[in-house]
Design a protein around this ligand. Structure first.
Ligand code: ANZ
Ligand code: ZN
Length: 839
């Protein structure tokens, strides 16, 4: 019988399903629970090759863990709400709900064709009321804890999606979803106070078993910056200002050591000083025009280094540099951002590139206060002094941002800039002009969306009582089935067009009130879905504490690296909040995290419809079977790296599976008797057996470390050798099938049931290697007496302390040294040496 994946794969999927072999019991005897998770897909309608690359190899890991004796829970679900689903529905002119559920149905079928061990009873769909009820409940908990609030903030407005986006969703000034240029708009929004958790989110990150790059990127996104807030007095504080407190401009700096070089101040266009000193600023009209112009720019445009810096001097007012008492001018410029630090800076053109560019353009004085170390050294050398002086002058035209030695800085001259930073801070602090300050780049998370397809925000606006939360007993606030779900141009939520939804009695005063019509960002839904899998049907709470305890935190989380600052940050935030509120007893949701790489088209280019290089997994499953696709995806390259899809590659893997099939079938025909006994080391198969055990070791370690590609190649080598030796014993084939089972679950199940037993291979134990069999080298074990090397003996690499002792004492040479002495103790360094300490 030839290998026909089409025939066996569907058959086994149905049998597994019927027998429920992948249902996860809450607890299993003598098995530890292991929560294995992949990032759930949004219902795009097509399971593309990227999904396969995430879910396929992830399933291999899950199966491996399962066979290794864990009670593995591997759930799947759908991130149902959100812009992508809604945009696609609008394009096709279908209702988002119909579109979403139709896609879920199709994707379920596609997911099942992969042959993964998903426990479908735990399926979670975020756009179902029994799920989003709890998303709304979470909102209310955050609101009660003071972590959800409404504010008018400049926000990223996407003209394409006609909604506000989170900072994390505006990638390089473009909408993450539709690529339209994002604009700044001032709107009232609901926000989550993630900034309250900046410090907890940074803390203990080293302990997470996550890719270093991801941790670093998240750290940078949070952007902790330690510096000082310095006070610059206004020159004429008797000036009549509208606000008597505004006699100072506070600046945030990370380089207090450069204060003697601060030759002017710059405030952001939104800074209060401008309105406070409106009467004193002589060119106020020009200033106001400038402010208007800068409002049209996005934050990114304002920050871009390449763009020419613009600004206007505030004529008529001056500030005083607290370090040297010099009067310095004040500018307004939009390269200074309002919502970072104090919205004002001291400009040090000699040591900050942005200030330098600005100073050059407006012809402002530049005073050097830090000497680069190498230059300082050179000038002290008399021979080089002449050249050195030359270079000092040369440097005046440049900007040096590094550390060095202070010059032109009064009593601080000659000090190292790092130390001077502290000392100048203290010196000014004594005069009440400085304080230590820690700033974060992280901004609060804007979660309201002026869109239809999302969980309604459970808030009610009453004319009398203001904002009132929906009582928990009234949850869920159902998303009404409205026909006109399209977003409007003005940023009005589509739900506002449904009076039936909007009009409501105030829960407090029973007077007329209105529902919030914005919906929640989908990232709110996905910030807690991993908790729901533990207890997906619970009607009384989002998940019972006991079941949460059974499964969480997630032991292994696998998904794309693109979620570094979105989902992964938000999920950590939610977890920490829920812990603080007493709903969880852990503070990190994902103990281990792994990312998959990206699959490129056969031409080595990014897959795109326009390039015609998109790989459709379904057609390959049809032709070569899911086992071949899974195994090939593993074989392509290092998992974290991905690679280019190659026709030759998938055909090669298919042939490999065919060879396994043929060999196992031939073996069955031979019906080798008495072969079920373990192969002895000394029989004819000794060499093959050694290879087999080495392969067990290799495959085990490779899967554990996500080196699926080298695991497959060692299995290929093993099969080649088995064939070269004219077949293998039944026992050896059995082990081969077990090793291959996670990769190719269908073919191995079929062969197992044909040749070996009538029970599922997937309930079998992972094979163990015999360390004695695989040893083929010896090591040189050094024997020391009181720390001095006296003898070298050949020994097994994994020799134990006791055996090493025995071996040492059996040596003539060693025994001579020990004559008449007492052994006090031995010190053993495995694989290297044993030191015998004698009296
Ligand atoms: C003087 C100075 C001298 C600075 C020097 C740098 C180098 P991070 O590390 O990102 O926190 N800054 C402060 N607030 C700002 C704002 N609202 N918009 C734009 N820039 C702002 O950077 C802190 C530095 O960024 C601060 O230190 C300040 O410039 C600038 F040789 O102060 B510095
Ligand atoms: Zn009311």
């Amino acid at each position: 019988m030839p290998y026909q994946p089409n025939k066996i794969e569907k058959k086994w999927q149905a049998i597994w399903d019927k027998a429920g072999i992948y249902k996860t019991p809450e607890k299993a005897k003598r098995k530890k629970n292991f929560y294995h998770l992949v990032m759930f897909p949004y219902p795009s309608g097509d399971l593309h090759i990227g999904h396969w690359y995430n879910f396929g190899p992830a399933d291999i890991y899950a199966r491996f863990k399962r066979m290794s004796g864990f009670n593995v829970m591997s759930p799947i679900g759908f991130d149902g709400f959100g812009l992508p689903a809604e945009n696609a529905a609008i394009k096709r002119n279908i209702h988002p709900k119909d579109w979403t559920f139709q896609n879920i149905k199709r994707m379920r079928g596609q997911l099942k064709s992969m042959g993964n061990i998903y426990d479908w009873q735990r399926e979670v769909i975020t756009c179902e009321p029994d799920y989003y009820k709890w998303t709304q409940w979470m909102f209310l908990q955050l609101y009660k804890a003071g972590l959800a609030y409404r504010a008018k903030t400049p926000a990223n407005w996407c003209p394409g999606c006609k909604t506000i986006l989170a900072n994390e969703q505006a990638v390089e000034g473009k909408c993450e979803r539709c690529s339209a240029e994002v604009r700044q708009k001032e709107v009232e929004q609901w926000l989550f106070k993630i900034t309250d958790y900046a410090e907890p989110l940074l803390k203990n990150m080293e302990k997470l078993d996550w890719p270093e790059r991801t941790k670093t990127m998240q750290k940078n996104w949070i952007g902790r910056s330690v510096g000082a807030e310095l006070k610059f007095k206004m020159k004429n504080e008797k000036c009549k200002t509208t606000n008597q407190n505004e006699k100072f401009i506070n600046v945030f700096t990370t380089r207090a050591d450069t204060i003697f070089g601060a030759t002017y101040l710059v405030v952001a266009p939104e800074h209060k000083i401008i309105s406070d000193y409106e009467l004193q600023i002589l060119n106020i009209k020009e200033v106001k025009e400038y402010i208007e112009k800068s409002k049209k720019k996005t934050e990114l445009e304002r920050q871009t280094e390449a763009k020419e810096k613009t600004g206007v001097k505030l004529e008529g007012i001056m500030a005083i540099n607290p370090a040297n008492g010099k009067e310095i001018p004040i500018f307004v410029a939009d390269y200074v951002l309002t919502n970072y630090g104090t919205g004002a800076i001291m400009a040090v053109p000699a040591h900050d590139q942005r200030d330098f560019d600005f100073a050059k353009k407006y012809n402002l004085p530049c005073s050097k206060v830090i000497q680069p170390p190498e230059l300082a050294r050179r000038i002290t050398n008399p021979i080089d002094r002449a050249i050195g002086v030359q270079e000092v002058f040369g440097l005046e035209s440049e900007c040096y941002e590094g550390e060095g030695e202070l010059i032109n800085s009064g009593q601080f001259n000659g000090q190292n800039s790092v130390e001077a930073r502290e000392k100048i801070g203290l010196w000014l602090a004594e005069k009440g002009l400085a304080k230590k300050q820690v700033n974060y780049k992280l901004r609060d998370w804007i979660i309201s969306r002026q869109r239809y397809w999302g969980a309604p925000i459970p808030m009610i606006n009453c004319e009398k009582c203001g904002w009132v939360p929906v009582p928990e007993k009234d949850l869920p606030v159902l998303l009404p089935n409205i026909k006109d779900f399209k977003p409007s141009g003005e940023g009005q939520s589509p739900l506002s067009k449904s009076p039936k939804f909007v009009q409501i009695k105030c829960p407090k005063c029973k007077g007329n009130a209105q529902r919030e019509t914005d919906t929640m960002d989908t990232f709110v839904c996905s910030s807690w879905y991993f908790l729901r899998y533990a207890d997906p049907k619970n009607k009384n709470t989002f998940a019972s504490p006991k079941k949460l305890q059974n499964w969480l935190p997630v032991n292994m989380y696998i998904g794309g690296a693109e979620h570094t600052v979105l989902h992964l940050l938000y999920a950590r935030f939610f977890t920490k909040v829920l812990k603080k509120l007493g709903f969880l007893n852990f503070s990190e949701p994902f103990s281990c995290l792994r990312h998959q790489g990206i699959i490129l088209g056969p031409d080595g280019q990014k897959m795109s419809k326009s390039k015609g290089n998109v790989i459709d997994p379904d057609s390959y499953v049809q032709k070569y079977g899911a086992d071949a696709v899974r195994t090939y995806l593993c074989f392509m390259g290092p998992y974290a790296q991905g690679g280019a899809w190659q026709m030759k590659g998938i055909v090669g893997v298919y042939r490999f599976l065919q060879r396994v099939w043929d060999m196992a079938m031939k073996n069955e025909k031979r019906k080798v008797k008495n072969d079920n006994l373990k192969c002895k080391i000394n029989d004819k198969g000794e060499w093959l057996n050694k290879l087999l055990h080495k392969t067990i070791k290799k495959v085990t370690e490779d899967i554990e470390n996500f080196r699926f590609n080298t695991a497959i190649s060692s299995l290929m080598i093993l099969v080649n050798e088995m064939q070269a030796k004219g077949g293998a014993s039944q026992e050896q084939i059995k082990t081969l099938l077990l090793l291959l089972a996670p990769f190719a679950p269908h073919i191995t199940e079929e062969l197992w049931n044909k040749n070996i037993t009538q029970s599922s291979i997937h309930n079998e134990k992972w094979p163990r290697y015999n360390p004695k069999i695989i040893v083929d080298e010896t090591i040189s074990l050094v024997i020391q007496i009181n720390g001095k090397a006296r003898e070298i003996i050949q020994a097994a690499p994994d020799i134990s302390e006791k055996s090493a002792q025995g071996l040492a004492l059996s040596s003539e040479k060693v025994r001579k040294w020990l004559e008449g002495r007492k052994i006090i103790k031995t010190i053993f360094v495995p694989g290297k040496l044993i030191n015998i300490v004698i009296s």
